[in-house]
Design a protein around this ligand. Structure first.
Ligand code: AHR
Length: 502
């Protein structure tokens, strides 16, 4: 059997486990909002029209922040369309996804929903077709207590006397992408981001502002975009965004399982670029990364093709990827990469939350269920605690077409000083071999409690449907045991596991 060893040093801390690493994303796209989180006629809907079966799954998933309202959608969005009496709101064409937006859900409904599911909102302003003025208007509507036109309007519309107090704001979305309505050069965007940020801070100096980074490492402008944007707006922003989607190409499972190699490279390259700008500007401040869109997404699938021509449907089924066990192992691996970079990744959003490339699926008028990718996310959000600590991994490597030689094992470890517990999140990327993993903790002793769960399946392409969603679940891995002050476990091929060590 293959074997590998992980040595943990709990005294070498990379950084805190940040709750915001477990964020997600709700865009006005397909059925994420309509018949996703919101369906007034549904049997479980509350008085505001929000599905409580979905809300329960959102809480179980452990999501901490939710980004809204886009995405590509935001670049054509007029936020004022979504306030006031629902019957008087205008329907508009959404150019990003070639659909009709009814505006039945807007900022007030979204804020009511985030309160009810107890997550922190992260709002995006439209810097594609709009600018500083509209961003300031939305900020006034959300964050000013009262006494001004727009704050009074909020108090009237939503009976919300207290301001929403939104802290995290994205300055536009994917402005590097030629597909974006209002796409810009890095200099054009960087200037607009800087001036928008400066004006927003004049109204509310406490904001945390995110500039748009690259839409992926394969963008021809990757690196140069971050450099150009940050040269314009470094002093005004706190974070730069990163977006990455992965898929299995042409049956190349081996490369797909190593997707976290690309995410590692992405984060390292962006932080190096940001630090180079910091040096050039002789700035004290160091900025972080908001990985505010990441997931597996089969972008060439039929359901990712927007409608065309005269067809502008309302909330059609779009980007409704059905995820396999292998996809879930990759998602677990991407979370390992995000946690490993907790010193620089200050926020992350699994894109998206419901129906649209999502861990939660719904049927209109019917049930809501968990997709495979739900499991590694929920378990990581629940068990990562305390601090991320340094480890060294000694593992055999395997050859991949996309990334060359890659270790078969990838892992991250968190250590909670308060409880003394450590959690180990680990993937076995081998497509066909199990692997014995030894965990060594010099200077610490594992008592007899080793609690291990593994997510895997003989058929790695198994996908959950509404009828059998829970047929494949994370199961207790009985091979895990304490030994020689450390622990051992056998990891099946194409698997994701979490071990909590007492
Ligand atoms: O999440 C789906 C889309 O992916 C978002 O609208 C966009 O920002 C990205 O390209």
């Amino acid at each position: 059997m293959l074997s590998a060893k992980i040595t943990v040093d709990p005294t070498l801390v990379i950084g805190p486990v940040r709750p915001r690493t477990f964020g997600s994303f709700v865009e006005h796209l397909g059925r994420c909002v309509y018949t996703g989180i919101y369906e007034p006629g549904h049997a479980t809907a509350d008085k505001d029209g929000f599905r409580q079966d979905v809300a329960a799954l959102v809480r179980e998933l452990g999501v901490t922040t939710v980004r809204y309202p886009g995405g590509n959608f935001v670049s054509g969005y007029r936020w004022e369309d979504g306030i006031g009496p629902q019957g008087e709101r205008p329907a508009r064409l959404d150019l990003a996804w070639h659909t009709t937006e009814t505006n039945q859900v807007g900022i007030d409904e979204f804020m009511a929903w985030v309160r009810s599911v107890q997550v922190e909102p992260m709002l995006a302003v439209n810097l594609g077709t709009r600018g500083i003025h509209e961003a300031l208007d939305l900020l006034e509507y959300c964050n000013i207590a009262g006494g001004t036109h727009l704050s009074q309007l909020r108090r009237t519309n939503a009976s919300a006397d207290a301001p929403y107090g939104v802290s995290m704001w994205c300055l536009g979305n994917e402005m590097d992408g030629p597909w974006q309505v209002g796409h810009k050069t890095p200099q054009e965007y960087g200037r607009l981001a800087a001036e928008t940020a400066r004006a927003m801070r004049m109204m509310d100096p406490t904001l945390e502002l995110v500039a748009c980074g690259s839409s992926g490492t394969k963008m021809p402008t990757f690196g140069a975009w971050e450099h150009g944007v940050l040269m314009e707006c470094y002093d005004e922003v706190d974070l730069i965004s990163a977006h990455a989607y992965y898929q299995e190409n042409d049956g190349d499972l081996a490369s797909f399982l190593a997707s976290a190699v690309d995410m590692d490279h992405f984060i390292d390259a962006v932080t190096a670029t940001a630090d180079a700008v910091r040096a050039a500007k002789k700035a004290d401040k160091r900025i972080g990364v908001a990985f505010d869109e990441w997931n597996v997404w089969y972008q060439d699938a039929e359901s990712s093709r927007p409608p065309e021509g005269d067809d502008w449907p309302v909330a059609p089924a779009l980007l409704e990827d059905q995820y396999s066990v292998a996809d879930a192992v990759v998602v677990g691996g991407l979370l390992i990469s995000l946690l490993r970079h907790t010193d620089r990744v200050h926020e992350a959003s699994l894109a998206q939350l419901v129906n649209v490339i999502a861990p939660i699926r719904t049927e209109p008028g019917g049930p809501a269920w968990r997709q495979t990718i739900f499991h590694p996310f929920a378990l990581t959000a629940r068990r990562a605690a305390g601090e991320v600590v340094t480890i060294s991994i000694d593992a055999p490597t395997y050859e991949t077409n996309e990334y060359g030689d890659v270790p078969l094992v990838d892992a991250v470890v968190t250590h909670d000083r308060a409880t003394g517990r450590a959690s180990v999140f680990v993937v076995n990327r081998s497509v066909n071999q199990e692997l014995r993993l030894e965990l060594a903790l010099p200077g610490a002793t594992v008592d007899t409690s080793v609690d291990a769960l593994t997510y895997c399946n003989r058929d790695v392409y198994w996908k959950a449907t509404k009828d059998d969603a829970d047929a494949v679940k994370p199961l207790v891995n009985a091979s895990a045991h304490a030994v020689n002050g450390g622990a051992e476990i056998v990891l099946p091929p194409v698997s994701w596991s979490v071990l909590t060590l007492g």
